[in-house]
Design a protein around this ligand. Sequence first.
Ligand SMILES: Cc1cc2nc3c(=O)[nH]c(=O)nc-3n(C[C@H](O)[C@H](O)[C@H](O)COP(=O)(O)OP(=O)(O)OC[C@H]3O[C@@H](n4cnc5c(N)ncnc54)[C@H](O)[C@@H]3O)c2cc1C
Length: 402
Amino acid sequence: MVIVVGSGAGGAIISLELARAGIPVKIIEKGPSIKPKKAHEYYDSSEEGMDLLKTTCVGGSTLVAAGNGLRVLESELKDMGVDISLELDEIEDDLNVGPMPDTHFGKGTKILMESAKSLGIPVQKMPKFIRSADCKPCGKCSFGCPKNAKWSAADFIANAADLGAELISETEVKDLLVKDGKVSGVKVIKNSEEIDFQSEVVILAPGAIETPRLLQKVGIEAGKTFFMDTFITVGGILKNVGFKDEIQMNALIIMENFILSPHFSTFLSQQLKNKGAKDKDIIGFMIKIKDELSGYVDLNKVSKTNTLRDVRFLAEGAALAGAILVEAGVNPDTIISTHPRGAHPGGTAAIGDLVNENLETSISGLYVADASVLPTAPGAPPILTIMALSKRLSKHIISKYG
Ligand SMILES: Cc1cc2nc3c(=O)[nH]c(=O)nc-3n(C[C@H](O)[C@H](O)[C@H](O)COP(=O)(O)OP(=O)(O)OC[C@H]3O[C@@H](n4cnc5c(N)ncnc54)[C@H](O)[C@@H]3O)c2cc1C
């Protein structure tokens, strides 16, 4: 029997693959099973002094994802002896990743794409894992899809359960059980009661904040490095554009040090209210960077310093976003920025540092299959790569223990 801790991007696919192979799986998830449209109620409160977005529920942060499906860090991982190209192909097929049809591009996104093109900046449609036939554009992807049109890891957990995997939700893994250098199970808290579950194979996928904390408790020095793909949203007023209700991040500009993607933020409308703007008048770009691994996670704190390089990349992205917004007709006097935020925590138990190329830690039978293992910040949506690493691990587990 294999225990999988966490049911998000990393935890769901390995649970499904093991269940498909007939291996008994126990999935232990801290959050409850919820309707996708309620996902915004399950955001965690942010750490003091920083704005880090993630959710606690079955399916993890994939429920609030924008549905962006990019292949990231593929060549970097290959250079480290971890080839995930086949798994990425398989996942892109399974999730039907591709651009949305023209019917699903709103006025604001089209204006931004045309303005970028007229400035000679290459812009493409964002590949999405959203079923366009079910999607009625509403701008609510990151609140949880009201139409259930977006793939989420909860779909794979349901498939795994159909194949016999046992989902134990609303149960927090508090500790790992280790004996003679080998993992022997996990300690959980359910309804204020402590219970031990035994297993000689434990896959950690509770995300890049919880994984290092569990590893630290068993003496592994995880969490000394941390990235979050820092982002800001820069925007201004374009009267009656109605951008807020469009599919967010439906286009993509890839530059060397950052990406840009059309994005609405309520932080912009809060600040622009004093200039008479309503939500329907706001248009903007997200600027997302490959931040340095300058953060850390310990049992009490998550910390991320924006290094000089991080600030430079954000400033370069803001400058480009401003130029495109002005070309789109936004009054430069109205252009403002949000504070820096993060939605892709990772790098806290990196491959080549704390896990080997099979994602195994120094404790035999204890593996990591979430964003913790990413060796560096992708500066772009990581779900497909986390899933591909996890799927690759499932093949290793099946060949070793199946
Ligand atoms: C608003 C938003 C939009 C995003 N959009 C995109 C996008 O469009 N494309 C993309 O690629 N990425 C996107 N991301 C990032 C992506 O969602 C995450 O990088 C990814 O889900 C991380 O996968 P994971 O497996 O590491 O963690 P998660 O998916 O967060 O899963 C961790 C799971 O573990 C559970 N858990 C935590 N602690 C414990 C514990 N102690 N015991 C048991 N269970 C536990 C959690 O409840 C959760 O279910 C977005 C993120 C946010 C917040």
